[in-house]
Design a binder for this molecule. Structure first.
Ligand SMILES: Cc1ncc(COP(=O)(O)O)c(C=O)c1O
Length: 378
């Protein structure tokens, strides 16, 4: 059986006609940016997240960048975040001229370990930037409490957690600004690039929308040094078809995760869902010290897997200058053991069971080999 890591063709085949029709309609109008679809999507996605404002941008990276800039973060400032994330979280901080300060992660959720934040705060600290990695919420209450006590901004990297919840509230709605990516493989993905920053604060919303459009509010008048970070109309038209399907797709991801969790052998560490949290399984990540061997074994059996992420940000060459005495043992151990299994709403139960069976066989073969070696050495 061949099982790709992600299969976007299955979802596309269900919405093909509607996509052609809506994209055709957008092209007929030829208002290709900041038009009817972007404006409607901003309202619809903000409502979905339970916040007042949404500002469509070109990518999740743009969302993080304009969010930091809207909070006035720049050279000389420090932003506390995690190293176990996609590079863009840190890249966006560095692009503002601020310095990323890394804290370690919780070994079970792979999200920011809130207990380590306070010791990293200095007079230069301006913001906390937790990441809701793999679709599981970071533990936001202690993070929000620390931010309030120390008067810090909270910017949520919700790029992997569309629809995830923390005690009944959607991710992206808890901090000052929530940042989303609509990269095509995300739980809500465009057919290209896209993103959104969401907030309850009208002043921040105004600044975000100005920054994403060259710092301009009216044509050729530039109030701020912004970027070309607009969401385009065709992507917004596609996202408006997919947004109403998001909850159902997340529910299907949870069903796939439940089958994995029931059928995988106890020799692998499975993802957790903390009380009060609603995990949306952007990724289903297991853990084993035999990760590389298992990955190869699965590949030989037609199963594509991924590693998110094999090199932590603080080890990246681009981040050499941010040597702030890292002590990130949980992050550094996780990167050699984590393995992302195929995960998408359309994955069939028999495919998940096949993957679990292959993993069981891997460990059985390992045990058999070990006892053979032991017997031969007696
Ligand atoms: C955690 C995280 N942050 C930020 C980003 C950046 O989003 P984009 O690729 O849309 O720029 C991503 C996307 O891969 C991500 O997974």
């Amino acid at each position: 059986m061949k099982i790709p890591f992600v299969d976007l063709k299955r979802q596309y085949s269900d919405i093909k006609e509607e996509v052609s029709e809506r994209v055709g309609h957008a092209l007929q109008g030829m208002q290709l940016f900041l038009g009817e679809n972007v404006q409607s999507l901003e309202k619809e996605f903000a409502t979905y997240c339970g916040v007042r404002f949404g500002v469509g941008v070109g990518s999740g990276t743009d969302a993080l960048h304009v969010a930091l800039r809207a909070c006035g973060i720049g050279p000389g400032d420090e932003v506390i975040t995690v190293s176990h994330t996609f590079f863009a979280t840190t890249g966006a901080i560095a692009l503002t001229g601020a310095v990323p300060i890394f804290v370690d992660i919780d070994p079970e959720t792979y999200c920011m370990d809130a207990s380590q934040v306070v010791e990293k705060i200095t007079p230069r600290t301006k913001a906390l930037l937790p990441v809701h990695l793999y679709g599981h919420p970071a533990d936001m209450q202690p993070i929000l409490d620390i931010a309030e006590r120390h008067k810090l901004w909270v910017i949520e990297d919700a790029c992997q957690s569309h629809g995830a919840q923390y005690h009944g509230r959607k991710m992206g709605s808890l901090g000052h600004i929530g940042c989303f990516s609509f990269y095509f493989t995300k739980n809500l993905g465009a057919y290209g690039e896209g993103g959104m920053a969401v907030t309850n604060d009208p002043h921040l919303a105004e600044t975000l929308s100005c920054l994403r459009n060259h710092g301009s509010r009216s044509k050729y008048e530039h109030l701020l040094l912004g970027i070309n970070g607009r969401l385009d109309e065709i992507q917004a038209a596609i996202l408006r078809i997919k947004l109403p399907l998001l909850d159902k797709c997340n529910a299907k991801r949870r069903e796939v995760a439940a089958i994995y969790s029931a059928c995988l052998p106890p020799t692998v560490v499975k993802p957790v869902e903390r009380p009060g949290c609603y995990h949306v399984y952007h990724l289903y990540v297991i853990r084993t010290p035999w990760r590389d061997e298992l990955k190869e074994w699965l590949g030989q059996r037609g199963i594509e897997t991924g590693i998110h992420y094999p090199i932590p940000v603080h080890w990246q060459k681009a981040c050499q200058s941010y040597s702030n005495g890292h002590n990130l043992p949980v992050t550094e151990k996780a990167v050699s053991e984590i393995l992302s299994l195929p995960m998408y709403p359309e994955l069939k139960a028999e495919e998940v069971i096949y993957i679990c069976d292959c993993i069981k066989e891997f460990f059985e073969a390992k045990t058999a080999k070990k006892s053979r070696v032991r017997r031969e050495s007696l």
